[in-house]
Design a protein. Structure first.
Length: 137
C-alpha cells in the first residue's frame, strides 16, 4: 500500500468520526506485510489507543480476516494465535482488511476509541473513500 493511499484512508476515517461526533480515535493503517503506513491519535485519546488500533489491524492481516470475525473464534484459539503473533491481536470489531478491485489483500485498518461498531464504521468509511473494498469478515 502506498503512503498516499494510507494517508487518504486515515484522513477519511477521522473525518467520518468527527462528522458523527465520535469520541477521539486512534487509526492505524498497515500494509499487507503488517508494516505501519499511517498512524494518528486524535487529541484526547487515552494513552494506549494506538496500540489497540494496531492490534486490531495487525490481527486482521496476520489471520486474513477482519477482527469482527476473529471475535467469533473460541477463546483457546484466540489465546494461541495472540501468542503466535507476539501479542499484536485485538479480536474485537474495528480491524478491517483492505482489498483492491481484484480482491487482493493490500492491508488493514484498525480503529480504537469508540464502541467497536463505530470503530469499524470509521475504518470502513476510510477504506471506501480511498476506492477500495472493506472486508470485515
Amino acid at each position: 500500500m502506498q503512503l498516499e493511499t494510507a494517508q487518504t484512508i486515515l484522513a477519511a476515517a477521522l473525518k467520518t468520526a468527527r462528522q458523527a461526533d465520535f469520541k477521539p480515535l486512534a487509526v492505524a493503517v498497515l500494509d499487507a506485510r503488517g508494516a505501519i503506513r499511517a498512524l494518528a491519535t486524535e487529541d484526547g485519546t487515552s494513552i494506549k489507543r494506538a496500540e489497540v488500533a494496531i492490534g486490531k489491524a495487525h490481527g486482521a492481516v496476520a489471520m486474513g480476516m477482519g477482527s469482527r470475525e476473529l471475535s467469533r473464534r473460541p477463546a483457546h484459539f484466540l489465546a494461541a494465535v495472540t501468542h503466535a503473533v507476539g501479542g499484536f491481536l485485538v479480536p474485537v470489531p474495528g480491524g478491517v482488511l483492505v482489498r483492491n478491485q481484484a480482491g487482493e489483500l493490500i492491508g488493514a485498518v484498525g480503529v480504537s476509541g469508540e464502541t467497536s461498531d463505530n470503530d469499524e464504521r470509521a475504518a470502513i468509511s476510510g477504506i471506501e473513500a480511498a476506492g477500495f473494498t472493506a472486508d470485515g469478515g
